[in-house]
Design a binder for this molecule. Structure first.
Ligand SMILES: NC(=O)C1=CN([C@@H]2O[C@H](COP(=O)(O)OP(=O)(O)OC[C@H]3O[C@@H](n4cnc5c(N)ncnc54)[C@H](OP(=O)(O)O)[C@@H]3O)[C@@H](O)[C@H]2O)C=CC1
Ligand SMILES: O=CCCC(=O)O
Length: 291
C-alpha cells in the first residue's frame, strides 16, 4: 500500500505492500514482513488504500498517471492518498485522474510535531518513526475518515482542510516560512562567528527568547559543527520555495524574503548539497564570505 519515499513508514503496524523505483530501499520493509509488488499499478490493484510519497510534482504525476502508474490499478471502493509535497495544480491533476477510475483521493501534507522532548533531529524522519507527525489533509472526507487510523499510527495530530489544493497550499506556505527562517538563522550563525561571538551562545540566547523555534535548538548545534544529517533534504526545501514562489505569483503576492532565501538554496544545490539536510544552506554563506 505504499509507494515512493520510505522514510515515513518504519512503524506501520498493519499489512503493507510496497514499491519504490530503487527496489533496494524496500528491503528493510520487506524484511519486516511487507509484500513487494513490481509497479505502482500492481500495488494499487492489490490494496484497498494506496499511499504515495514522491519527490516532486513530476514524479508524483508520473507514478500516479504514467505507464504502469497507480491509476491503472485503481477503481471504485479504493483510495489513493498522495503524501508528496506538490503544488495545488499538480494535486488537482492527480485527483482528477484517480477519481475518473471511481476511486477516492486525499492529499496529505506532513510536517513534524515539535515537542520539547524531541531528540535533536528535524525534518520528518525521526518524528515519523516516533509517530509524531502532523498531517494536513484535503479531498474526499470519507477517505480521510477511512485512513484516519493509519495516519494516527504515524502522527500526533491531523487537520482536514476541505477541497483539494488546500492542504498543498497550506504546506507550501509553512515550508516557505521554514526555508526563510533557516536561511536567516544561517546568516546569524555566520555573522556571530565573524564578529567574535560564540555561535553556541547565540543558539542558547535565541532559544530562550521570543523568536525561539524548536528548529533552531534542534539543528543549531550540528550546523555549528558543519554536520547536516539528512532529515529533510535540501533539494526538497528548494523545491518547496520554488513552488511557493509560483503560488505567490499566481495571486500577485510579493514574497521578497522567500525569493532571496530560494537563491541561497540554489547556491547550496550548486555546491552539491542537494541530498544533505536543508540546514546545509549555511554552506552557501561560507563560500560567499571567503576573503
Ligand atoms: N523528509 C521530510 O522530512 C519530509 C518530506 N516531505 C515531502 O515528501 C516527499 C518525499 O520526501 P523524502 O522521502 O524525504 O524524499 P526522498 O528524496 O528521500 O525520496 C523521494 C522518493 O521519490 C522517488 N522518486 C523520485 N523521482 C522519481 C521518479 N522520477 N520516479 C519514481 N520515483 C521517484 C524516490 O525514488 P528512489 O528511491 O528510486 O530515488 C524516493 O522514493 C517530498 O515531496 C518532500 O518534500 C514532506 C514533509 C517532510
Ligand atoms: O516538509 C518537511 C519539512 C520538515 C517537517 O516539518 O517535517
Amino acid at each position: 500500500m505504499f509507494i515512493g519515499g520510505y522514510r515515513a513508514v518504519y512503524k506501520f503496524k498493519c499489512d503493507v505492500t510496497v514499491w519504490n523505483r530503487t527496489k533496494s530501499k524496500c528491503d528493510p520493509l520487506i524484511s519486516l514482513g511487507a509484500t513487494y509488488k513490481a509497479s505502482p499499478e500492481e500495488v494499487a490493484a492489490y490494496c484497498d488504500v494506496t499511499i504515495a510519497m514522491l519527490a516532486d510534482p513530476n514524479s508524483a504525476v508520473d507514478i500516479a498517471c504514467g505507464k504502469n502508474g497507480a491509476a491503472n490499478g485503481m477503481g471504485p471502493g479504493k483510495g489513493y492518498v498522495d503524501v508528496s509535497t506538490v503544488d495545488d495544480g499538480t494535486s488537482k491533476l492527480i485527483c482528477e485522474r484517480i477519481k475518473a477510475t471511481g476511486a477516492s483521493f486525499l492529499e496529505v501534507l506532513l510536517f513534524f510535531f515539535a515537542s520539547p522532548s524531541l531528540a535533536p533531529v528535524s525534518g520528518s524522519k525521526k518524528p515519523a518513526e516516533d509517530g509524531q507527525l502532523i498531517f494536513l489533509t484535503a479531498g474526499d472526507q470519507s477517505l480521510y475518515e477511512r485512513v484516519a487510523p493509519l495516519l494516527e499510527i504515524m502522527g500526533k495530530s491531523k487537520f482536514y482542510l476541505g477541497d483539494i489544493g488546500k492542504g498543498a497550499t497550506m504546506k507550501l506556505v509553512v515550508n516557505m516560512v521554514m526555508g526563510s527562517m533557516m536561511a536567516t538563522f544561517s546568516e546569524g550563525l555566520m555573522l556571530s562567528e565573524k564578529v567574535g561571538l560564540d555561535p553556541s551562545v547565540l543558539v542558547e540566547v535565541i532559544s530562550q527568547g521570543a523568536i525561539s523555534a524548536p528548529m533552531y535548538r534542534l539543528k543549531g548545534p550540528s550546523m555549528i559543527q558543519s554536520q547536516y544529517p539528512t532529515a529533510f533534504p535540501l533539494k526538497h526545501q528548494q523545491k518547496d520555495l520554488r513552488l511557493a514562489l509560483g503560488l505567490a505569483e499566481s495571486v500577485s503576492q510579493p514574497i521578497p524574503i522567500a525569493a532571496a532565501a530560494n537563491e541561497l538554496y540554489k547556491v547550496a544545490k550548486s555546491q552539491g548539497l542537494s541530498d544533505e539536510d536543508f540546514s546545509a544552506v549555511i554552506e552557501a554563506l561560507k563560500s560567499k564570505t571567503k576573503e
